[in-house]
Design a protein around this ligand. Structure first.
Ligand code: SAM
Length: 313
């Protein structure tokens, strides 16, 4: 199946598109969940591959993504159900639509090109905008509000843990001295000042913006909840594919897969098992799969993508 090409008709180019279809192996009349629908790039592939009766449940917490996905999947209206909600509430969504189990699920984490490129969303420091960064506009806490209210310790933790920011302490101190912050450029300039104007290969504000986005949207917490519910929802032989763009996300997925694929999760020094844990999945991918050089050249935003796939026992 041909990878959709970027252009006016494709607002976000799906990453590792063919690999997702190869691993999820959509068939008719299977039931599939795209937990991060975005512009429905992957969902369209799943709908085509599972014709004539395959069904897709598409979830996204961003109402503008939902609107775009609805338009792009209009021809498949009969086979796709689109809901404005989080994959971390998967069990509730499935119960509400009456699906007892699913044959496959995709999580393509992080931010879409539409979100990055829409100045008003505040995801990019290259564009002057209110410091918003919410995926879901129904949420009350924005990135600006977080910066206004967090104490120094928590700010350092966020910058260090989510951004791997080496100057987390200095940036947190500077934020506290200079708040409130209202715009993206205000924050980007402050980080640049902490770096005395020195730009390396990447703008020094990249890590701060990533960390703040992850904190604003509770991304890691939602991922943990979503993974557990996805495994629960899969029928035996069903597969979960996760594409991550951040080392912390990838580590979380890797460790979750490792744990769930083991019969015992007692500490290694313990001779006799007392946990009673039973493996629920088999890990299909050996290590993480990454995009080819060709894909990266065609879509530079794919460069940090990592794909892991597990199959329900
Ligand atoms: C990288 S994009 C997905 C792109 C999509 N696979 C495609 O091909 O067009 C990630 C999407 O996940 C959404 N998202 C982030 N966190 C979410 C969550 N907890 N639940 C549902 N959607 C979420 C974002 O709003 C964004 O639209």
């Amino acid at each position: 199946m041909k990878v959709p090409e970027a252009g006016a008709e494709v607002p976000h180019q799906p990453v590792l598109y063919q690999q997702i279809l190869d691993y999820l192996r959509p068939t008719s009349p299977g039931r599939y969940v795209d937990g991060t629908l975005g512009a429905a790039g992957h969902a369209l592939g799943i709908l085509q591959a599972s014709a004539p009766e395959g069904q897709v449940l598409g979830l996204d917490i961003d109402s503008s993504a939902i609107a775009i996905a609805r338009k792009r999947t209009a021809a498949y209206e009969r086979r796709i159900l689109i809901r404005h909600g989080s994959y971390s509430d998967l069990a509730d969504h499935l119960r509400e639509i009456g699906w007892e189990s699913v044959d496959g699920m995709l999580l393509d984490l992080g931010v879409s090109s539409m979100q990055l490129d829409t100045a008003g969303r505040g995801f990019s420091f290259l564009k002057e905008a209110p410091l918003d960064m919410r995926f879901d506009e129904r949420q009350s806490v924005t990135a600006a509000r977080l910066l206004d209210t967090l104490d120094q310790k928590r700010l350092v933790q966020i910058l260090r843990d989510y951004g791997e920011e080496p100057r987390a302490n200095q940036i947190a101190d500077a934020i506290i001295r200079n708040r409130p912050f209202r715009t993206t450029t205000q924050l980007a300039e402050l980080v640049l000042a902490v770096y005395h104007g020195q730009r390396g290969k990447i703008h020094p504000a990249t890590r701060t913006f990533q960390a703040l986005r992850m904190a604003t949207n509770s991304e890691l917490e939602r991922l943990s909840q979503g993974l557990a519910q996805a495994i629960q929802a899969l029928r035996p032989g069903g597969r979960l594919a996760v594409i991550s763009f951040h080392s912390l996300e990838d580590r979380l997925v890797k460790q979750f897969f490792q744990r769930e694929s083991r019969d015992c999760v007692c500490p290694p020094e313990q001779v006799i098992c007392t946990c009673g844990h039973k493996a629920t999945i088999r890990v299909i991918t050996k290590g993480a799969l990454t995009p080819s050089q060709e894909e990266i050249a065609q879509n530079p935003r794919s460069r940090s993508a990592k794909l892991r796939v597990a199959e329900k026992m």
